[in-house]
Design a protein around this ligand. Structure first.
Ligand code: FES
Length: 331
């Protein structure tokens, strides 16, 4: 299984990026060819975080004693002050993880049978023509399981679409496709002069929220009356430490996104990104949220315990190369 851990734009050439999946600390960087590399964020020499180091010529140099590691297999390729007669043991390496980059997201493979053979979960809807993309990231003080459940029960407390009010009640039934749950909500263009509460009956929009707990991904679509997609977004919800979640999202806008919007909304839409995922979750609003579609997360073979990503996620190493975290300390 591929697990999204960062957005592509967060890992810049020549820079390191620290990430976590559950308790597993990672360091991400790009090698000389621009390919993404993911190592355990721990130097095999004295366990200093490698994310404190520097990328030199596409390889990662530890900040403490300057050991340098290749990103693809984790091998140590340079140790300062080594005599000509001394050689770096082949077993000396940082733990490297299988990784891939696709459609603006960076993934690591979760260990297990067929690890990494599945499709990548974050992408725009098939056949959707979009003209613009926004992206962002945040860390919220809500566990990934609670965040996914809240997305089903009340996405309006977690995100905003400029000029759109999203109702707190859903329409129709919750549908299940594979391991994903999907639910539609009424949405409406809103102007201050016309309070949206009085206009729900005239609503011509719907927000479709699909939550895939196995992949820890949320997909959203803003639909018009003809079910044409005006906007689509995907949010990777990565379990972090101490009950937090890291969010990495991308939003894709149709050229027709504002076609049905009131003139005032169209004028305001030019100011800033229309789509935003809140970097802080209001605890009171979260506590007040009534359980709705999320109860389906706990029925018929998809219990919260086994469908949501476990807090302890084991990632797939790039090879069978044996690591030696404590050896050669005298080098
Ligand atoms: S701790 Fe990294 S090189 Fe010594």
């Amino acid at each position: 299984m591929w697990f999204p851990v960062a957005g592509s734009e967060q890992v810049k050439a020549g820079e390191v990026y620290a990430a976590q999946v559950g308790d597993q600390e990672l360091v991400l960087f790009r090698n000389g060819g621009g390919d993404i590399c993911v190592l355990e964020d721990r130097c095999p020499h004295r366990r200093v975080p490698l994310s404190l180091g520097k990328v030199i010529d596409g390889q990662l140099r530890c900040a403490y004693h300057g050991w340098t590691f290749d990103g693809k297999d984790g091998h140590c390729v340079a140790i300062p002050n080594l005599d000509d007669a001394e050689h770096i043991p082949a077993s000396l390496c940082a733990t490297a993880f299988r990784t891939a980059e696709f459609a603006g997201f960076i993934y690591v493979a979760v260990a297990g049978e067929g690890a990494g053979d599945e499709e990548f979960p974050c992408y725009p809807p098939a056949g959707f023509h979009y003209e613009k993309i926004d992206s962002g990231c945040a860390v919220v003080s809500v566990s990934s399981q609670e965040y996914l459940a809240a997305m089903l029960d009340g996405p309006h407390i977690l995100l905003a679409i400029r000029g759109i009010n999203i109702s707190d009640f859903y329409i129709g039934d919750v549908t299940r496709e594979g391991g994903c749950l999907s639910v539609d909500r009424t949405a409406i263009w809103t102007l201050k002069a016309k309070p949206h509460e009085k206009l729900w009956g005239l609503s011509t929009l719907a927000l479709r929220t699909q939550v895939c707990p196995d992949q820890s991904v949320v997909r959203l679509q803003l639909l018009d009356a003809g079910e044409e997609i005006l906007l689509a977004a995907v949010i990777a919800v990565v379990p972090g430490k101490r009950g937090t979640s890291q969010l990495h999202w991308r939003c894709y806008y149709s050229p027709n996104y504002l076609r049905s919007a009131p003139r005032g909304v169209r004028l305001r839409a030019a100011r800033g990104a229309p789509f935003d995922v809140f970097a802080a979750v209001n605890g009171q609003r979260l506590a007040d949220l009534m359980a709705g579609p999320s109860v389906e997360l706990t029925v018929s073979g998809s219990t919260e315990a086994d469908s949501a990503p476990a807090e302890r996620i084991v990632l797939s190493d790039v090879s069978e190369v044996e690591t030696s975290p404590t050896t050669e300390e005298n080098l």
